[in-house]
Each structure stands twice: as C-alpha cells, then as structure tokens.
Design a protein around this ligand. Structure first.
Ligand SMILES: *Cc1c(COP(=O)(O)O)cnc(C)c1O
Length: 363
C-alpha cells in the first residue's frame, strides 16, 4: 500500500489536473444512488444544463461522456468519421496530432495543417486546406504549447463541413460560445479549468451534426445512437452502461460552484491569476514560448532561465514544496515549463505560494 498523506496537500500548477473545487470533491464522496434513480437522473439533467452554460450552447445532446477528455475526442470522431471521409485537422501541438491519429485509425483521409509549435492555427490555411472536407477539426486551447486559437473565424467560414473543436483547456477558464462560433461537435475535460477530478468528458453536438451521425460507429461503448436515449430521455432511459454516478455528482457540484460565482468572475479570476503567474515568471528570467496575442491566459508556457536543470528543479518543487508544474512535451521537452492557474488553483494565494517556491528553486 502506498501511503499518500504526504501528497494530500499538493498545489497542482501543471496543466494536468488542477486542484478541484472543494464542493466538487465533497459531492463525489456522497453515498451511492442508482444510475436510473430519478434523483440521479435529475442531477444528470442539471449537469447537462450547467454544461450548456459553460460551453455556450443550446444543444439538446450535451452531457458528460464516461471517460476522460480523450474519450470525448474519440467519441467526436468515431460517431462521424467513415473510411475515406476527408478530415482537415489543425496541428500546432500534441492534441492536434492526436486528433490525426484518431481520425487515421478510422480510415479518414486526413489533411493535416501543420504549424510551428507555439503558433496559433492559421484560419486561412485551415479553410483553404481542402475544397470540400466532411469535417474541419481544431484545438481551441493547445495545452502542450499554451496557444489559444481563433476558432470563431474558422466556424464562420466552414461551408458544408462539420466543425469539431477540442475545448478541454478552455471551458471554464475563458469564454466559450460554441453556438455563436458555428461549432457543431465539441468536447472538454473536467480536470482543467472546470476544477473537477478527471474522469469525464463534457460533450455536445448540434442538430446539424446529429443528422449526420453514423448509424453504426465502430465503437460500441461510445455509440451516441444508444447513449443519447439515456441522456436525452427520448424513449426509455434504458441501461447502456452504468453512468459514473459519483464522478457526475462531482461535476454537477463543480458546475454549480462556477455558476454561483458567475462566469464573468470565474474568467476574470483565471485571467488575473494567469497574468500574475506570467509576470512573475518573466521577472525570474523565463522567456515566453507561445506567440504573443495568442496566449492562453491561465496557462503560461515559457523557456527556463539559463542554467536551470528542468528535471531537478521540478523534482525539488514537488518534493520540498508540494508543488507540481508541467514540463515541456515533444520538441520542447526539457526546455519549457507549463505553469497554470486553473479551477481551484486559480486563487491569488495559490499563485503567490507557487511563485515564491519557483523563485526559491530557480534562483
Ligand atoms: C488534457 C487534454 C486532452 C486529453 O484529456 P485527458 O483527460 O487527458 O484524456 C485533450 N485535449 C487537450 C487540449 C487537453 O489539454
């Protein structure tokens, strides 16, 4: 048995899980009820309503997929991509690359629109990549690079294509207006700005997308034709798979916390805490990695100051200060840090604690 009391008070400033809202953790620890219990179904419906608010959509089919953000990505592709379909995918980091892998496994003709890491997606290149794609896919906030892309301008000019967006690191941290932006299919994750434990993928699809859903996707577990009957209540609330009841209760309470604070206040908290982190890191000699004007406000990506040993410094932060920050991935592994203030981590006291520790470790 691993004893984890020592790790109980970690401050999570990496873009993996952030600290969760206490109300969410408490709700996830409630006694179990059944997945067809009317009380639980009411909680599920209320969770979907909360997700519509944070995702900026009226879509009926809005619910938490059982599985992490990656399950949301898989569901977004597997229910719509048939072999030979042309799928245009913007790649400016790890998660766009993953979309290509998922689409490729489904037999799609993937049209990859590659960008330098640290750059935002080029709207023009995304729209001119193919004359008639079935799907155009983009990552709103690329967690591997710290870049926020302009998905609204892609959505406004998508033509007949379905527009699919990963908003794992944006929902709950910055305004997301899926309906206004012309997004047809989108997914998120619970453990980033929503301040909820990992395990669910908020998901939504509009009527335009639902009309084009495959009748028999290759995944049985993620087949929305079956799952939608349970989540929308159309027809019987029949058993498909057991909903992760307590994970959903945790999300329900997290969303309630966010909506009670007010979305504008929550975004402002992410913006101001993220801004303080950025300024603090720059004053310590870090250099920005993500392109100016396209930075995720709550996630700073920055080159380490000269002479700082990446692995050693992050180990000291974790072991001696109980603080986790993220390292670089792919081409920037060992060179950059990813430091975030998301969910419950986005509090001034946490940011100050984090910066004080980073100062001690890098100077
Ligand atoms: C974290 C993340 C994912 C994957 O989510 P998991 O919960 O790790 O499966 C997908 N896309 C983006 C942009 C992410 O940041």
């Amino acid at each position: 048995m691993v004893i984890d009391t020592q790790a109980a008070g970690r401050l999570l400033m990496g873009p993996g899980p952030s600290n969760a809202y206490p109300e969410s953790l408490a709700a996830a620890g409630r006694p179990l009820i059944g997945h067809l219990d009317p009380v639980f179904l009411a909680i599920l419906d209320d969770t979907s309503a909360g997700l519509r608010a944070v995702m900026g959509t009226d879509n009926e089919l809005t619910f938490p997929i059982s599985g992490t953000g990656s399950a949301g990505m898989e569901a977004a592709f597997v229910n719509w991509v048939a072999p030979g379909d042309v799928v245009v995918i913007g790649v400016n980091g790890v998660f766009g690359q993953r979309m290509c892998d998922v689409a490729d496994r489904l037999g799609a003709e993937v049209v990859k629109v590659e960008h330098e890491w640290g750059e935002a997606l080029s709207v023009e290149r995304m729209l001119s990549a193919h004359p008639a794609p079935a799907i155009i896919a983009a990552v709103h906030a690329e967690t591997s690079t710290g870049v926020l892309s302009d998905v609204a301008s892609i959505g406004a000019n998508k033509g007949d294509a379905l527009f699919l967006v990963d908003c794992v690191t944006s929902v709950g941290g910055v305004p997301v207006e899926l309906d206004a932006w012309g997004v047809d299919i989108a997914y998120s994750g619970t453990q980033k700005c929503l301040g909820v434990a990992p395990g669910l993928a908020p998901f939504t699809a509009n009527e335009r997308a639902r009309e084009r859903m495959l009748d028999r996707p290759v995944s049985w577990y993620l087949d929305l034709n079956m799952i939608e009957k349970y989540v929308t209540g159309e027809g019987a609330r029949a058993y498909h798979h057991t909903a992760p009841i307590n994970a959903i209760r945790g999300l329900h309470a997290g969303l309630a916390t966010i909506l009670a604070e007010g979305l504008d206040a929550v975004f402002e908290r992410h913006r101001s805490c993220g801004g303080a982190l950025f300024d603090g890191l720059m004053s310590l000699g870090f250099e920005p990695f993500a392109q100016e004007g396209n930075r995720i406000p709550h996630l700073t990506t920055a080159y380490l100051p000269e002479g700082v040993d990446d692995a050693k410094a992050r180990r000291t932060l974790l072991e001696d200060f109980g603080i986790e920050v993220g390292g670089g991935l792919g081409p920037v592994a060992g060179k950059i840090w990813r430091v975030s203030a998301m969910g419950e981590t986005a509090r001034a006291a946490h940011v100050n604690t984090g910066l004080a520790a980073i100062t001690a470790v890098v100077s």
